[in-house]
Each structure stands twice: as structure tokens, then as C-alpha cells.
Design a protein around this ligand. Structure first.
Ligand SMILES: [Zn+2]
Length: 249
């Protein structure tokens, strides 16, 4: 996509008016995600594998849909289609998108672990997506993720969507590639419980993996909550490489 896209400017990190900061609080100045045009917010969630989106931004999706229940959600998983993980991918989307206004779930069948070698076909899928969706905010893998499939999805996100707010999520794993994120979404304990419950309910095939445990997910959310001074001590974290700031006036 080149030039100025429909819907420009995208949803931005918008400063909130009349922010009251409690004395002595170390909570950073908050920003709000808000639609910038008429109609519901449009969200695009991208993940290489079934469970990536849910692990990376599931709590944020639950929180966002509670705030904006008419949100139009597009959910694209790039592997697992037609195989045993197809049902899991769709179950995960169903659980996390329960409050969406509209939803479109796509599960592609690209070869897990081989994305860089199927890059042309995956890029074609992104080009088709760009013609079909005009998102306000995109959630995708972070650029420095060491998993080759994750990294390709991140790169193609930036190649395809060039006038959009992109928030890159993190996925804990053996590679040990977690970094220092710079955008945080505070979550309540109830949302965190729902996220972890949904992960367990949707992804039965992953529960035998040593890392796929409730304490892995809770531990990372707790750590990001500490780093962001989140009110309930829990947060999901993202990387924003470009964001516009506007002001209510
Ligand atoms: Zn993955």
C-alpha cells in the first residue's frame, strides 16, 4: 500500500485530558486508544501459529472489546489450516473475540517452521489482506523475535501496512528473546484469569509442552505490570516503533 490510505490518520496513542496522577505514583502518563473516524474500531490480529495472537495480545483484545464492544476484528493465523491445529486456532479466536461486533477469522495452511522459504506466497496473502482490511490498529509479532516464522510475519506487516498503528507483541519461549517493550496495556486480575483459562481451553495440544503453563503466562504479565506501574500489577507489553500523538481540543 502506498500513499495516504483510507481512514488516515490511524487510531493513535491519544493523550487523555484531565489526567489526575496520584501523589507519589510511579505510573507513567497514560495514553488511550481511540477510534479516529466514524464507526467502530477495526482491529487486525496477525499470528504465525495458532496460540501466538492469544499469548501475545489476548488480554489486550479482551480489554479492548470490553471497552469497544462494536469493534470489527480480523484475525489471521498463517499456519495450521486444514490440520489438527485448525480447530484450536478457531476455538482461540472464538473465545477471545466473543464480544466483537464483527469478526473474520482466517487460518492459512503455510508450513510451520518454513515461513522464510514460503515468503512469496505469504507475501501474496498479505497483499490480499491489505486490499480487504483497513485497520485502525494492528497486532503482530515483534521484529526481534528469534522464531523465523514470527519474524517474517512481523517484517511483512511493516512492508504491507505503511500508514497504520502497529503494536508488536511478545511470545515467551526457549529462544530467550524477550526485550524491553515500550507500550503497556494494564490488565485486571479477572482479565488475566480469563486469558489463561482461554489458553488452556483452546490449545490442548500445547499443554504437554513444558513452557505452556499458567505460571509462564502469569509471570510475564506480572513482570510487565511491575515495569509499567500497572494499577493491578499486571500488563501485556508491546513494541511501538512509530506512533502519532494527538490531543483532545
Ligand atoms: Zn508461534
Amino acid at each position: 500500500m502506498g500513499g495516504v490510505a483510507r481512514g488516515w490518520p490511524p487510531a493513535e496513542l491519544v493523550s487523555r485530558p484531565r489526567i489526575r496522577r496520584r501523589g507519589g505514583s510511579d505510573t507513567p502518563l497514560p495514553f488511550a486508544l481511540a477510534p479516529q473516524r466514524q464507526g467502530p474500531l477495526t482491529v487486525l490480529c496477525l499470528g504465525a501459529h495458532a496460540d501466538d495472537i492469544e499469548i501475545g495480545c489476548g488480554g489486550t483484545v479482551l480489554r479492548l472489546l470490553a471497552a469497544y464492544p462494536k469493534t470489527d476484528c480480523h484475525w489471521v493465523v498463517f499456519s495450521g489450516g486444514g490440520g489438527p491445529r485448525d480447530d484450536e486456532a478457531r476455538k482461540g479466536a472464538e473465545l477471545f473475540l466473543g464480544r466483537a461486533g464483527r469478526r473474520q477469522v482466517v487460518v492459512h495452511a503455510f508450513h510451520d517452521g518454513f515461513f522464510p522459504y514460503e515468503g512469496g506466497e505469504i507475501k501474496n496473502a498479505f497483499e490480499a489482506l491489505a486490499g480487504a482490511v483497513e485497520p485502525d490498529v494492528i497486532f503482530t509479532h515483534t521484529r526481534h523475535d528469534r522464531h523465523q516464522d514470527h519474524r517474517l510475519i512481523s517484517d511483512l506487516t511493516w512492508q504491507t501496512f505503511r500508514s497504520h498503528l502497529i503494536l508488536e507483541y511478545e511470545v515467551p519461549k526457549y529462544d530467550g528473546d524477550l526485550g524491553v517493550p515500550n507500550v503497556f496495556v494494564p490488565l485486571t486480575a479477572a482479565v488475566v484469569r480469563a486469558k489463561i483459562r482461554h489458553l488452556g481451553a483452546a490449545f490442548g495440544s500445547q499443554r504437554r509442552k513444558r513452557w505452556f503453563t499458567a505460571d509462564t503466562f502469569h509471570g510475564l504479565l506480572r513482570l510487565r505490570g511491575v515495569e509499567s506501574g500497572a494499577p493491578h500489577g499486571l500488563a501485556e507489553a508491546f513494541y511501538s516503533r512509530k506512533a502519532l500523538v494527538s490531543f483532545w481540543s
